[in-house]
Design a protein around this ligand. Structure first.
Ligand code: BGC
Length: 384
């Protein structure tokens, strides 16, 4: 969750977009006048029209199938393999997915792994936006090792910065404005086709924490376009969709589930933010450290979004999955342990499956240097 995105950042995004547009137009003009001698000149027509990917209707969502309900239950108690495959490139944030992580996560008793992946930095910027074959193979090998352990794998798309209107990260590929949305749909077209033969324990999550330019209705339409494409090759696979404002439960009132029963809804819950994100370098301004947890007031902040999510799930008849919660390691361990235990009980008491953020980085339940779990955190999550 990154609610600290500032006006300055939006201005910079606007400016870089304007510059990109001017550059693209200039290149077209140069190409057109330069007598390119057979050299392919990019034209705006090379970007497919988003309307060739019409959305699924979302006026009569039927509620969940028994298989979606069963899959949500099977997700159970999960953990995010965060800061690995959703870094600009794997390893850039200090972690790669290792066999040790896979073995230990499954052996500890996590029943699902949420796998955040930055597909947008491993695909062409030009239509048909082909995903890099080596990267596809790498993610596929991780998925297959995880599936072989018997866990559910929630494969998502994470940090496609331009999709939210955010500035790309340093060194990240930027694409033409007109390509951003259709590229998202066409990335899913490739992923869905590629993984169509996999076990039903592979679940797709369309997009992590939609926000910014996607807020509200734009996301409803884009998600429905992507789901229609996924359904061409994966008619029954369970797909996870969450609301805007960073999967905030308060935006569930804006979320329209497509007319499809093989769906699970998701929210993220980092309340109380002053506790979970104290000292987090990516939040601006950085929040003061020294905040403990969990007083009755803080517990009420934790459970209020869950109550809202539970009421929405009951009304819409889709199961609810808390895909991220956790407290950064700048908080004291006793408080983090108390927070995790209370969150687990609150989520499970409301019939929700969950995934802790995250395995081995700044929130890590596992110490990648000692190659062992942080026992207090592990027990707070898995109850042993
Ligand atoms: C983001 C991470 C961040 C975490 C907690 C996730 O959704 O992808 O980069 O560390 O939320 O803020």
């Amino acid at each position: 969750m990154r609610p600290g995105s500032s006006t300055l950042q939006s201005d910079m995004t606007m400016n870089s977009r304007k510059i990109a547009t001017v550059l693209a137009v200039t290149m077209l003009v140069i190409g057109a006048c330069g007598g390119g001698g057979g050299v392919a000149v990019p034209t705006p027509q090379t970007i497919p029209d988003i309307n060739t990917y019409p959305p699924l209707a979302n006026d009569a969502a039927p509620g969940a199938s028994t298989s979606a309900v069963a899959t949500a239950a099977a997700i159970g108690r999960g953990v995010n393999f965060g800061n690995m495959l959703e870094a600009p490139t794997e390893g850039a944030w200090g972690l790669t997915v290792t066999d040790d992580f896979i073995d230990k996560a499954a052996a500890a008793g996590f029943t699902s792994i949420r796998l955040p992946v930055r597909w947008s930095n491993h695909a062409s910027g030009e239509a048909p936006f082909t995903i890099d074959a080596a990267f596809m193979q790498r993610v596929e090998s991780v998925i297959d090792k995880l599936l072989a352990k018997g866990v559910v794998v929630v494969l998502n798309m994470h940090h496609y910065r331009q999709l939210d209107g955010d500035q790309p990260d340093a060194g990240e590929l930027a694409v033409a404005d007109a390509a951003v949305d259709v590229r998202f749909v066409m990335l899913w077209e490739q992923l869905a086709a590629h993984f169509q033969g996999r076990s039903s324990r592979l679940v797709f999550e369309l997009y992590n924490e939609p926000h910014g330019r996607l807020n509200g209705e734009p996301w409803n339409v884009l998600a429905a376009r992507a789901l229609r494409v996924v359904r061409k090759t994966n008619p029954d696979r369970v797909v996870v969709i969450g609301p805007t404002s960073w999967n905030n439960a308060s935006d569930l009132s804006l979320l329209k589930m497509p007319n499809d029963s093989n769906l699970i809804a998701t929210v993220h819950n980092y309340a109380p933010f002053s506790f979970t994100h104290q000292g987090a370098e990516w939040v601006s301004p950085v929040l003061p450290v020294g905040v403990t947890c969990c007083s009755a007031t803080q517990e009420a902040e934790m459970t209020a979004p869950l109550d809202g999510a539970k009421a929405w799930a009951a009304a819409k008849r889709y199961p609810m999955y808390v895909g991220e919660f956790g407290a950064y390691s700048k908080a004291d361990d006793t408080s983090r342990i108390d927070f995790n235990r209370k969150m687990r009980q609150a989520m499970e008491g409301r019939g929700m499956s969950w995934s802790y953020w995250e395995f081995a980085a700044g929130f890590g339940v596992y110490d990648p240097l000692k190659l062992s779990f942080r026992q207090g955190l592990l027990v707070s999550l898995l109850g042993r």
